[in-house]
Design a protein around this ligand. Sequence first.
Ligand code: FES
Ligand SMILES: [Fe+2]
Length: 454
Amino acid sequence: MNKIIPTPRDKHPDPELRGDRISGERYYSKEFMQKEWDHMWTKVWQIAGIASEIPEPDDFFVYKIGLEEILVVRQKDKSIKAFYNVCPHRGNILVHVENGSLDTFKCTYHGWEYDTEGILRNLQDPEDFDDGNPCGKIKLKEIHCEVALGFVWVTLAEKPQKFQEALNPLISHMSPYQPEKYIRVLNLTCEVDCNWKIIHDNFNESYHLPTLHPELSVHIENDYKFSQFDMYDNGHNRMLMPGHKPALGDQSPNEVNFPLDAALEAWDLNPEDFKGKAQETRLAIQEQKRKLAKDRGFWHYEFLTDEQLTDYYFYNCFPNYDITMTPDGIQFQRPQPHPTDPEKCLFEHWWLVPDMEQLSASATFMGSDTTENTAGENMTETPLGPRPLRPAEHEWVIYPEGSMGYVTDQDISMAIGQQKGVKSKGFEDAILTNQERRVRRYHEVLNDYIEGRR
Ligand code: FES
Ligand SMILES: [Fe+2]
């Protein structure tokens, strides 16, 4: 194995911001939506799915972005190829399920059959063509596809941005966590009544934490003065936020409350010992994890820095995926554009955990235990409570009857109100604090695409 270099923590110099306006129409205008498609969505690299969920030759899944569908297929040689999910004969959608395993994709219209390399292999009346039997000559239209960090990435661009450059610095920063060995145990999608950028903007700032998620200050330092913000040249941003201690601005910053007490207990530390000294819990947990992790089978800690054993490394990636690296799980949140309506989006929420049975003691969600479910399966904690430790089925959530997770629901509730507000004549331009500058930066990078500078 290549040597794993720990995630750098150096502050990246802030790029100069132009101060582009963030006015309302970009959140509701159909013209703006079309510009995004023409100049941005059809150029960028996107995460199509999880590579380990199509482990065997012939395994496939379908990824949808805008009005397009992409068929992602594991090949006989174990590589992965991606094609437009369209039959070249007369344009029927080829595969109508989300995933499966097939060595032949047969179009339901006239029965043309394609192999996993996308090559036409069989059809009815092959003699009935002026140029002879088209088998072996006609192919599904293939698109560029890469695998990194355990994700399958695709781009609709015919001449794509160089993959490594486009993803920089995500691969080097996330590799130490070894996400390719993680399992997606939660896979939710919810249609939300707001433009996709409203949700991504929300993840690009932590200014809303004390007001919208006040309960987090019991175990997360939410004051911007103690966070680090980085904005990288290709549009990805990150925020480093200390965890496993109360925020100094919390109403009892020196006391241990739930769920911090459970996190201490999970690592054989006595919450009583930190009475009046709760600011010391973060370093104590780091130290204790270093001592006990190996014996408990926490193979992934060896490659993380001490800070990563307690802290949250949020990556707000361009154009729309937000990945939070926590000590024991990776949270993936992504608002996908609605295919036709700029005032709706398809919000995805995944939770991935290391493939290990003993995760319970880590209190992944600070205070939750992994237990066996009634079917005798190993369970793991997620933002929606315990789930089996195996690849999750895709679930559609209807908000607000269903939940996307307590904290995520709080974000959604604001997004719906904000969508209404940005359409009002009362809103002209966002007035941002300094700590929200990643939001401005995000829109400036988007404008760069739309106006042809990228
Ligand atoms: S459209 Fe697929 S076989 Fe005719
Ligand atoms: Fe939030």
